[in-house]
Design a protein. Structure first.
Length: 228
């Protein structure tokens, strides 16, 4: 029998349901080279990791910047990655063209793939529970999920760029609670980020299931819910 305390599920996306098919440094390198911007994959990977770690999520109250949308947030992050990597950037018109190509690259079919067992697990879970996506990803996510045949298990996709707040902000989890129509203690949030997903869920009163490196797999979620 399934866990009676769980009535609904919310899922993070990147790192939980989907993952990149190649390291981010390689993608940045290939698109940059096509625009005459020279660096190397390993340097860009290290720069991305560093900049990502010190950049608050879009719409975070910890950010000193007010972004119009998540694309503006990405624009700043990408520029900072190449600056930290020591790359010589072209003047604004050429950089804008490069950024548009890089931004579009990450919604191109083949750039993402499902996490192992994601599709099969979601099909089983969604036949027993209402399921939604609760993600700090931007609007590209819906196309990515559709391309990967991962959309149908979800009743809705809640995105930080549309909520005007990012996990771990309680406003994001409150939106999920209202949509699902369940008290927080009856919602299980599945995610891979210690701060945004695990701490955010705990602060909002949600149950949580940890996935990712060194944590459980999605398939193990079926066993926890007595569905395998």
């Amino acid at each position: 029998m399934s866990d009676p305390s769980v009535k609904a599920l919310s899922f993070d996306a990147a790192g939980t349901l989907i993952e990149l098919t190649e390291p981010v440094g390689h993608s940045y390198y290939r698109v940059a080279m096509a625009h005459g911007i020279h660096s190397d994959p390993s340097t860009l990977a290290l720069a991305f990791k560093s900049v990502w770690k010190k950049t608050p999520p879009a719409f975070s109250n910890q950010s000193p910047f007010i972004d119009l949308d998540e694309k503006s947030w990405w624009h700043r992050l990408v520029r900072n990655v190449f600056v930290e990597a020591g790359a010589s950037l072209p003047p604004p018109p050429a950089f804008e063209t490069f950024f548009e190509d890089l931004y579009l690259h990450f919604e191109t079919p083949g750039t993402w793939r499902p996490i192992a067992d994601a599709k099969e697990t979601l099909d089983i879970l969604s036949s027993h529970y209402p399921c939604i996506v609760l993600s700090n990803f931007d609007g590209r996510l819906r196309k990515i999920l559709t391309d990967l045949n991962l959309s149908s298990p979800f009743q809705s996709v809640l995105l930080s760029c549309e909520l005007g707040a990012s996990k771990p902000d309680p406003l994001v989890f409150s939106a999920a609670r209202k949509l699902l129509g369940e008290p927080p203690e009856n919602i299980l949030h599945i995610g891979d980020d210690p701060h945004c997903d695990w701490e955010g869920a705990a602060r909002a009163g949600f149950q949580s299931f940890r996935v990712g490196t060194g944590e459980s797999s999605l398939k193990e979620l079926l066993r926890q819910l007595s569905l395998a």
